[in-house]
Design a protein around this ligand. Structure first.
Ligand SMILES: [Mg+2]
Length: 486
């Protein structure tokens, strides 16, 4: 079957972004938010489409759009290492960690999903199973919640069979101990309690809190200090109660970020997020690093991807079943995973990751969408073009709408391009082509300038008869960006 598919080429791609309001205002120790943006990358080869996504700023969608155009289109979906390293090389001067890494992550995950779908297998079968299911822990417990909301959410998970639940702390350090004590009392030992400070404390504060939380039976303390402070994390690994695991790593944007945390002995559990670290390829590599170095591995959020990956990686211990992402994935994807008795079990009856975008449901949240495809020659669209125009053989520069129709054009597009612009680019290109042939001796006997002039005039006549509209109208079908619901 591999040989039957080995000639496949990635013929088209789509990058889209959706901003979904939270169900309530949310905050943790160092951030407050009221919406979450998901960037989705779809890649198609042989009529089969793979899907990957990242939770990131919409800027990641713009980076992904450029990456797909320049390095992914026309690539072989089975050569993921080559495509991934080409992306790494291209972005060297873009700012590789952060937003750009989230863009690479969505593309890489889409490539893995596509490969599995081309092979007509679930991604877990392609990667190979280490287990059938993985433990999930309920995660939310925002500092913006009242104590009642906090207790209700965490005890709700415990009642549904979750063995571990996590709450946020750090916004009001003076309230942390009483809120943790209230949750522990309500849990009545039905689930282990994890806490996450999101880097809100300094080292001495974190040490003091770890002793207090240790007395309350907390078994996981995440990002006590900022993850940038590897020396501080190591200090706390050495001094915190032995029953409490120190966890960090959700900001591993590169392989080296993970290596540095391990080299510094800055964690008891290494976390990583497939939507930030560079996608499935790097998530697996970091899992291998954990196995080599004898560290347990924990997946940060995005449960519908991580469930599959953590069932394939030996040192994986759990997946964060994050309230926001569980909600978003069920809103946007058919096939989103649901925890049963606190466990995530990938559906092996579906190919790839088993996710299908529910476009009509997602549309109202769309803030960006860009479709790209190979040109008729088989070459990818040239960098710098904003909208794919498959009829244009060379790069062209669509002008942005000024709000007025350009003279002579009735076909201004919503994306800011116009049929008028396409037509003129075609005229000039055709004229230049004839002129080039004449100069190379392919068209002897034509006086200089005549062919280009003739073509120009002929195409201009077509324009007058508005035949051009029928040629270039499909170019304009780029979906308009919708505003996020506040
Ligand atoms: Mg965290």
């Amino acid at each position: 079957m591999v040989s039957a598919r080995s000639g496949a080429r990635i013929a088209s791609g789509r990058v889209s972004a959706y901003t979904i309001p939270t169900d309530k205002p949310e905050s943790d120790g160092t951030a407050t938010w009221d919406s979450t943006t998901i960037v989705i990358v779809e890649l198609t080869a042989d009529g089969i489409t793979g899907l990957g996504y990242s939770y990131a700023n919409v800027a990641a969608a713009h980076a992904a759009e450029e990456l797909v155009k320049r390095e992914i289109l026309n690539g072989d979906p089975f050569d993921i290492p080559a495509l991934h390293s080409a992306m790494d090389r291209l972005v060297r001067n873009w700012g590789r960690p952060g937003v750009v890494s989230s863009a690479i992550s969505a593309i890489d995950t889409s490539l893995w999903d596509l490969k599995a779908r081309l092979l007509e297998e679930p991604l877990l079968a392609l990667l190979g199973k280490a287990r059938d299911e993985i433990q999930a822990y309920g995660s939310g417990g925002f500092t913006s919640y009242s104590e009642k909301e906090l207790v209700d959410q965490l005890t709700g998970w415990a009642e549904h069979g979750f063995e571990c639940v996590k709450m946020k702390i750090g916004t009001h350090p003076e309230q942390d101990v009483s809120r943790v004590a209230a949750v522990q009392k309500a849990l009545k030992g039905r689930a282990q309690l994890y806490v996450d400070a999101n880097g809100a404390y300094d080292r001495q504060q974190a040490l003091h809190k770890s002793e207090q939380f240790g007395d309350l039976g907390v078994t996981w303390f995440e990002e006590l200090v900022t993850s940038d402070d590897r020396i501080g994390l190591h200090f706390l690994v050495e001094r915190s109660p032995a029953v409490m695991k120190i966890a960090a790593g959700e900001y591993n944007y590169t392989l080296d970020d993970a290596r540095l945390l391990i080299e510094a002995q800055a964690v008891d559990v290494l976390q990583t997020d497939v939507t930030r670290c560079g996608g499935v390829s790097n998530f697996i590599k970091i899992g291998d690093l954990c196995e080599i170095c004898h560290y347990p591995y924990s997946a940060h959020t995005a449960p519908s991807i991580h469930a599959t990956l953590c069932c394939s990686i030996l040192p994986a211990m759990n997946v964060e079943y994050f309230h926001d992402h569980v909600r978003i994935e069920h809103m946007l994807f058919d096939g989103a995973i649901t925890a049963v008795n606190g466990k995530l079990k990938p559906d092996l009856s579906r190919h790839g990751l088993g996710l299908e975008l529910k476009r009509s449901d997602a549309e109202k949240f769309q803030v960006l969408s860009s479709a790209m495809s190979l040109r008729p020659s088989g070459e990818p669209p040239r960098p710098g073009s904003h909208t794919t125009c498959p009829w244009l053989p060379t790069p062209w520069r669509p002008w942005r709408s000024t709000g007025r129709h350009h003279r002579g054009s009735r076909f201004e597009s919503r994306a800011g391009t116009s049929a008028h612009g396409c037509l003129h680019a075609m005229i000039h290109r055709a004229a230049a082509c004839f002129e080039g042939r004449r100069q190379r001796g392919c068209m002897p006997g034509h006086p200089a300038g005549r062919p280009a002039h003739a073509v120009h005039k002929a195409l201009a006549r077509l324009h007058k008869r508005r035949l051009a509209a029928r040629v270039s109208a499909p170019i304009l079908r780029r979906p308009a960006a919708a505003q996020a619901t506040p």
